[in-house]
Design a binder for this molecule. Sequence first.
Ligand code: GUN
Length: 376
Amino acid sequence: MEFELLKTDEHTKARAGKITTSHGVIETPIFMPVGTVGSVKGVHQRELKDDINADIILGNTYHLYLRPQTPILEKAGGLHKFINWDRNILTDSGGYQVYSLAANRKIKEEGVKFKSHIDGSFHFFSPENVMEIERSIGADIMMAFDECTPYPCEYGYAKRSMHLTHRWLDRCIAHLEKVPPKYGYHQSLFPIVQGSVYKDLRTQSAEYIASKNADGNAIGGLSVGEPVEQMYEMTELVCDILPKDKPRYLMGVGTPINILENIALGVDMMDCVMPTRNARNGMLFTAKGIINIKNKKWEDDFSPIDPDGHTYVDTYYTKAYLRHLFAANEFLGKQIASIHNLGFYLWLVREARRQIIAGTFLQWKTKMVANMSNRL
Ligand code: GUN
């Protein structure tokens, strides 16, 4: 993987760059739609490409390992072929899913024993077998196996967990050398900074991660319930330590406002279920604010869903029609809303990039942040 830093903003820490992998170019800053089980919920691969223009999507090791399971993915020739997606894929390692399982997992030095949410069967993840699974999936970017600490998290636990994540990272790196790629192209390993909301731990973790000289670096353990100010403080501190010439990925963030604020702090890549999950509940993000399409006020509003929107659904359908689809609980409503929201998120990061390059990012961001918190 190559990363070219094209511009650093003079008024903020925002960056515009370009990642090149064997599955194409990713212009940064980028938002990555989440396709947990090999499907961005409700959205066709064709729509992701032609309408939303996503350069990269996410898959999840935990979910894909449980279903369809690695032998099927290998038989298919990897996840790209299985789902017919020839652009980039990043796989999360399972570190976050395992954290979400709470009562149904046990963390030890060796790895994590967990109970499947599908059939209750027991499984074990270690840095070694997660690397093998990520090889079988064939993602362009593989995340290291880590522990995502909850919030709040007591200092002693955060410290022990951070050191465990670091030891697991070393095991990931050592094991990858023994397992070559299965499909003939390079796969990058991104290590993950942890350390909860503690500045000394975040500093130590960022320095440790930076010393590994990976193709790119990630920030984990944020957006888990901490106040946003604390998230921004941690992001900024970590970005200031991570190498400038490598992409920085903030995991699991966030709202459109969080996206712009974190870009301003030096983040290049983000992902979140929010645009698709909230779409399925009738929440639409726009440049002018948030629309709850289930609201009665849209019942007879025959204006386009979003006259300034960037996907065909925005002007093809009306608000009244979309509201009706939600009222009738039709699949199509959730699909339209998902395309709209992803189209908006991808437009937002592309526009951010354009503004960074033009030198007008800060003014633009200030205006966007004010507008996007409106309730329409
Ligand atoms: N997704 C959101 N946060 C995290 C994290 O801390 N670790 C991993 N592996 N995935 C995440």
